[in-house]
Every structure is written in structure tokens, then in C-alpha cells.
Design a protein around this ligand. Structure first.
Ligand code: ADP
Ligand code: MG
Length: 240
């Protein structure tokens, strides 16, 4: 019961319209890749779903509950969404293990519940557990951020370019680990990327955002064979 339903979503900063009427349904347990060029509004869309930004208009529903509308704004922490920001910022004063268990209930935090399992899943050596984040590379920190977002088993997960700081070989491996973790948790997920091949290979559906509007939402093979416009064709074509 964690369908995400976005209707007529608008977001402007000052007079600058960034989201201009976004409608999107992400079915329970599915992964939608949100693909679009830099500046198209991908991060703003995720941040609004998470509750970090207030919508200018429109509604957002999670598992049948309205979290955003003209009348209501459920605070971010009450939405229980696993979120990895583009920067993947970790808590600098906590160890890697403490970062990973941060969102868990206190007794599980104390017991460092499943830390080894998470490290393995995101492809990090178990020896990382007690180190401070700053001793890890950017790519390793990004993977700790992923583990931290997934560890509380949220039913809805928003990932903003989580693989951007990984090199190509790690990227493939980490993608696989993340898809596995999401499937195991039965989570509903939106994965933001500007990488066409990543979107086509990971998303059950791909939503193409262009200048604040979704210009096509379709299964990868449909997007590839029947792009609705020249923009989609040229953008998706770059993956081939
Ligand atoms: P993307 O993630 O697709 O690259 P963003 O959502 O980050 O796009 O940004 C889309 C547009 O919104 C950009 O023009 C950006 O400058 C603007 N924007 C994003 N956040 C803010 C903000 N907090 N204040 C003002 N403008 C913003
Ligand atoms: Mg962004």
C-alpha cells in the first residue's frame, strides 16, 4: 500500500516555474527512473515528494494518504521516505556503522543491526564500519548514504543520482545491490538519473522530465521503440 500518486504538481521559486504540472503514479513495489537533462527539475520533484519543498500547487498522495495539497503539508520526517540526496551527505561526527543504523529504533541502533549485511550489499569492506566518513572516498560515502536510506526498510525510496560519484565498474555492482535491496524490501522507488542507459536498465518505467513537464512515461522498450517526440528520441538515443 505505498503507491505514490502525484497530481498537477507545480513548483516555482520566486517567479521561476520549475515544475509545471507533473502527473505521475508509481505503483506499489515498482521502480520508476526519472530521466531528464540537468536543470529539468528532477531534484525539485524528489525534494517536494520528500517534503523538503512546499508545492506551489497540486497534490501528492502516499499509500492513500495526502501528504501535500493546498491545505496540507505533512512534514518530511513524518513521511517516512528513504532519501539519498545528490550530495549523499553523511553525519561527519558518526562512524560509518552509526550512520547506517541512524534511522533505526534505538535497540536496533545499539545492536548495530545488520550493518555487515548492508556494507556487503553496497559493496563496502566490513572494515569500514568503525571509520569516520571523511576517511572514505566520495564513491564509498555515497554507498554508505544508500545503506543509511535503505536500512530502516522504508516503503518509499527517493534516490537522487545515487551513482553519480562512482566509477563505471563500481556503478554496475552498486546498481545491482540497490535493485536487490529494494526488491527485498518490496519498496516503491523513484531513481533520478541523467544517464540514459541507467534509466533504461533499472526502471520498470521511465519518466522523462523536460523543462518541468513529464513528456513521456513508459516502459523502457516502449520509450526506445516509440518515443513520443523528437526530444525524447534524441535524448534516449544518446544511450545507444
Ligand atoms: P535537476 O535536478 O533536473 O538538475 P533541479 O530541480 O535541481 O534540476 O533545478 C531545476 C531548476 O530549479 C534550476 O533552474 C534551478 O536553478 C532551480 N532551483 C532549484 N532549487 C532552487 C531553489 N531552492 N531556489 C531557487 N531556484 C532553484
Ligand atoms: Mg538534480
Amino acid at each position: 500500500m505505498s503507491d505514490l500518486i502525484i497530481r498537477g504538481l507545480h513548483k516555482a521559486f520566486g517567479g521561476h516555474a520549475v515544475l509545471r504540472g507533473v502527473d505521475l503514479t508509481v505503483k506499489n513495489g515498482s521502480l520508476v527512473a526519472l530521466l531528464g537533462p540537468s536543470g529539468s527539475g528532477k531534484s525539485t520533484l524528489l525534494r517536494t515528494v520528500c517534503g523538503f519543498e512546499r508545492a506551489s500547487a497540486g497534490t501528492i498522495e502516499i499509500g492513500g494518504r495526502t501528504v501535500e495539497s493546498d491545505e496540507s503539508h505533512v512534514p518530511a520526517q513524518a513521511r517516512r521516505i528513504g532519501y539519498v540526496s545528490q550530495e549523499g551527505a553523511l553525519f561527519p561526527h558518526l562512524s560509518v556503522a552509526q550512520n547506517i543504523v541512524f534511522g533505526l529504533p534505538r535497540h536496533e541502533r545499539r545492536a548495530r543491526y545488520r550493518v555487515d549485511e548492508w556494507l556487503e550489499l553496497v559493496g563496502l569492506p566490513l572494515s569500514c564500519a568503525d571509520r569516520p566518513p571523511h576517511e572514505l572516498s566520495g564513491g564509498q560515502q555515497q554507498r554508505v548514504a544508500l545503506a543509511r536510506a535503505l536500512a530502516p526498510s522504508p516503503s518509499l525510496v527517493m534516490l537522487d543520482e545515487p551513482f553519480s560519484s562512482l566509477d563505471a565498474s563500481l556503478r554496475a555492482e552498486t546498481r545491482h545491490g540497490v535493485v536487490q535491496a529494494l526488491a527485498r524490501a518490496g519498496a516503491t522507488a523513484v531513481l533520478v538519473t541523467h544517464d540514459q542507459s541507467e534509466a533504461l536498465s533499472m526502471g520498470q518505467e521511465v519518466a522523462v522530465l523536460w523543462d518541468g513537464r513529464l513528456i513521456q512515461v513508459a516502459a523502457p522498450d516502449v520509450l526506445y521503440r516509440r518515443p513520443v517526440s523528437r526530444e525524447v528520441a534524441s535524448f534516449v538515443g544518446e544511450a545507444l
